[in-house]
Ligand binder design. Sequence first.
Ligand SMILES: Nc1ncnc2c1ncn2[C@@H]1O[C@H](COP(=O)(O)OP(=O)(O)OP(=O)(O)O)[C@@H](O)[C@H]1O
Length: 252
Amino acid sequence: MSQTLINLNNISLAYRERTVLANISLDLNPGEIVTLIGPNGAGKTTLVRIVLGLQKPDSGQRTIRRGLRIGYMPQKLHVDNTMPLTVKRFLSLTNQPMTDIKNALGRTGVEHVINSPVQSLSGGELQRTLLARALLHNPHLLVLDEPVQGVDVNGQKELYHLITELRDEQGCSVLMVSHDLHLVMASTDSVICLNRHICCSGHPHKVRKDPAYLKLFGGESEELAIYTHHHDHEHTVDGHVVRKPGNTGDTP
Ligand SMILES: Nc1ncnc2c1ncn2[C@@H]1O[C@H](COP(=O)(O)OP(=O)(O)OP(=O)(O)O)[C@@H](O)[C@H]1O
């Protein structure tokens, strides 16, 4: 594994005899974006914690390239509502220079929130602030646990686009967790579909059609992917539907 950043070999883990991860093997290679996808409770966060070295598996090996720097964006940020904490103070806890902090916030598009309390940020601003924090150590690998949660659909697309740009600019690798293959499709090199074991993996277009993926996520996801909204009407400002001239169809 000369070039490989992190290798997991046959990792298994159980909580009180309940298997959470079984025989997981994977390689994270330089410059690659890998997305972990799976239903709730599939073991995605647990696997991320093992990749980060925060949790030890019951069996199997984790091998990490010497000197590897990892930037981590957690799934949740717990900040006590009564504790005054500005974005500036929050990011200063990383001990990085203020110019780097400002640059990172600028790069993720939220320089304007630097003096705002963390608790007051919108979903998108919070995710971009957490992404800026993950960038601060100039990482070789970005690990992003559900980076678009709490963000609306357009914001999600923008955020995935930004993640791809950051990978291109910085040449880092990305391991991220997502719930929606179709939204992440354009932004990932490969997908690992997890449900306590690896159900299928590979190029996103291949995984999308894999019977194991379809079994987990159902045919609905395929229908959603091909559904195109034929808009035969317009809306008034108060939301009422107005048919376009010459169109009487009942398409939504
Ligand atoms: N510390 C723990 N002790 C006992 N069980 C745990 C612990 N941490 C996680 N689990 C269980 O392990 C399973 C996998 O959890 P994990 O958080 O890794 O799933 P996930 O795929 O990230 O889920 P989600 O999409 O809901 O975030 C779940 O059934 C969870 O209840």
